[in-house]
Ligand binder design. Structure first.
Ligand code: NAD
Length: 512
């Protein structure tokens, strides 16, 4: 693959500081010896800044502030008025779209277009949440008793603890926060320890939106740090909902901890997404859809395409075209407009990729393209790789695992039932796709894929905010963003109102 040159860390640091200043982050808390958190860039793999990590006391203070703000002000603010805060946030995000996008590229390594797309997603969800602030509808049901009304009403829940992953450092925060705020909740955010600067920028913009609209500034708190800071937040009984996005491993720790205190949990965990390409598929769509979903974001999306299940009659032709497209993917500096594949987040991701390729080969797989490290001479601490395509004889254990790197495993099938079997034969259940022009096949796949997202003639990644986002099985079962996902952020009350002068009991019970 061709490559683009890597800029020096100083230059990247200056760019990050300029973006932070424009977003209103003018003061970075000094790091103390006790808790230091390094802001790094995967572009060079080097450190940009050292920041102060939150302590257990900071977690307590943040939750106290958010809880007080919830009880004394925010839950009683009318929802459309709460919407005004989110509208202002959306305006500020439009104004600072490219500042935030720069920070996303610098900290998460996303190419410019995808980083800007991620900020656009934040803007879109602010628009959605603003509309939602006037549409938090409850139902009215027919009562079985005369002179009675039965209805449900939705009320603010409390403090929402938001834990986010490195690979969507701002969009996932916005999905949760914009919706939670219009629902009347306050938010304490524990961003990924890899992306603290983008988090500070978002927090500063939201503080400004609060000041501009007269909302209490304490509706939002940010806590920088790693899993230990996350765990303090998770264990905090005043946090009504923990919405956590990240690996299955994280979910297996967080889920039971929240359950132990009977708290509410919304989990958005890993995926191992597949696309089925049938003989009737439009090859152009199938190839383009595959390449973007599998190699985009250097394979570091929860919805990245990791398995391609192709009918044996078209497997060679489709694979050949995918391999050809892979040889033209430009790998390198994500801040350069020509780059299509930025760096992996770090060394661990690279090791995982190498080990997965070794295992796949040992299992009889053949690496058709990619897999090599690039630009090591220019940036020895950064991990740039060529996205890889591996033809597999069967769906072995390594294929069934999510390796958070650009590896696409190709397998073949004969009958659609067999394809569905392979497709559903993994523990994760996030996103899926079928490429076909046969309506029966499309409908059958829509019905049988066990994922939370099932697409036709479009790849597995790149969801719009209007739908509910999330997945089944090990992916955690949570839903965020659009549709009726807001219901997770509110408390439902069922109300029976008697406007008669009698007191009839339900089910005809008599008590006289
Ligand atoms: P990660 O699990 O390492 O970390 C995610 C977040 O959880 C971080 O903020 C981390 O500090 C925190 N955390 C980790 N252990 C914790 C614990 N025990 N208690 C509390 N907090 C804890 O994940 P990552 O490497 O940042 O992100 C990649 C993973 O996230 C992939 O598996 C990807 O599929 C998944 N992901 C899922 C979605 C989704 O919506 N389903 C979206 C983005 C990423």
């Amino acid at each position: 693959s061709p490559t683009s040159a890597i800029p020096p860390t100083d230059e990247i640091g200056d760019r990050a500081e300029a973006a932070l200043a424009r977003c209103g982050v003018d003061h970075l808390a000094e790091a103390t010896a006790a808790g230091r958190l390094y802001a790094r860039t995967p572009i060079t793999g080097e450190t940009l800044l050292s920041l102060a990590q939150a302590t257990e006391r900071d977690v307590d203070h943040a939750v106290t502030a958010a809880h007080d703000s919830f009880r004394t002000a925010w839950r009683d603010t009318p929802a459309p008025e709460r919407g005004a805060l989110v509208r202002r946030l959306g305006e500020l995000l439009r104004e600072h779209k490219y500042d935030l996008a720069d920070l996303v590229s610098i900290e998460a390594g996303k190419i410019r277009s995808e980083a800007a797309g991620e900020v656009q997603e934040m803007i879109d969800v602010c628009d959605f949440a603003l509309g939602l602030s006037r549409q938090l509808y409850g139902r009215t049901m027919a009562s079985e008793r005369p002179g009675h009304r039965l209805m449900e009403t939705w009320h603010p829940l409390g403090v929402v603890g938001v834990i986010t992953a490195f690979n969507f450092p701002v969009a996932v925060w916005a999905w949760n926060t914009a919706v939670a705020l219009v629902c009347g909740d306050t938010v304490v955010w524990k961003p990924s320890e890899m992306t603290p600067l983008t988090a500070l920028a978002c927090d500063a913009l939201l503080s400004r939106a609060a000041a501009d609209t007269g909302a209490p500034t304490n509706v939002h708190q940010v806590l920088l740090g790693g899993p230990d800071v996350g765990e303090h937040l998770v264990d905090e009984p005043r946090v009504a909902l923990i919405s956590a996005t990240g690996s299955v491993r994280m979910g297996r720790t967080v889920g039971p901890r929240v359950a132990a205190r009977l708290g509410r949990c919304l989990l958005e965990l890993g995926g191992n997404n597949a696309a089925v390409v049938t003989p009737s598929a439009d090859p152009e769509l199938a190839v383009r859809g595959t390449v973007f979903a599998a190699a985009g974001t250097a394979g570091q999306r929860c919805t990245s395409l990791r398995r391609l299940i192709v009918h044996e009659d078209v497997a060679d032709a489709i694979t050949e075209r995918v391999v050809d497209a892979y040889t033209q993917l430009r790998v390198g500096d994500p801040l350069s407009d020509h780059t299509l594949v930025g760096p992996l987040i770090g060394q661990r991701a690279h090791t995982a990729m190498r080990e997965a390729l070794t295992q796949a080969t040992a299992d009889g797989g053949e690496v058709l393209v990619g897999g090599n490290r690039r630009l090591e001479d220019q940036a020895p601490d950064a991990y740039y790789v060529e996205p890889a395509v591996v033809r597999m004889p069967t769906q072995t254990a390594i294929v069934r695992q999510e390796t958070f790197a650009p590896i696409l495993y190709v397998m073949t099938y004969r009958s659609l039932d067999e394809a569905v079997e392979l497709h559903n034969g993994v523990s994760q259940g996030l996103s899926s796709a079928v490429f076909t022009q046969d309506q029966r096949e499309a409908e059958r796949f829509l019905a049988l894929s066990d994922c939370g997202i099932v697409n036709v003639n479009i790849g597995t990644s790149g969801a719009e905010i209007g739908g509910a986002f999330g997945g089944e099985k090990d992916t955690g079962g949570g839903r965020e963003s659009g549709s009726d996902a807001w219901k997770s952020y509110m408390r439902r009350a069922t109300n029976t109102v008697n406007y008669s002068e009698e007191l009839p009991l339900a089910q005809g019970v008599r008590f006289v």
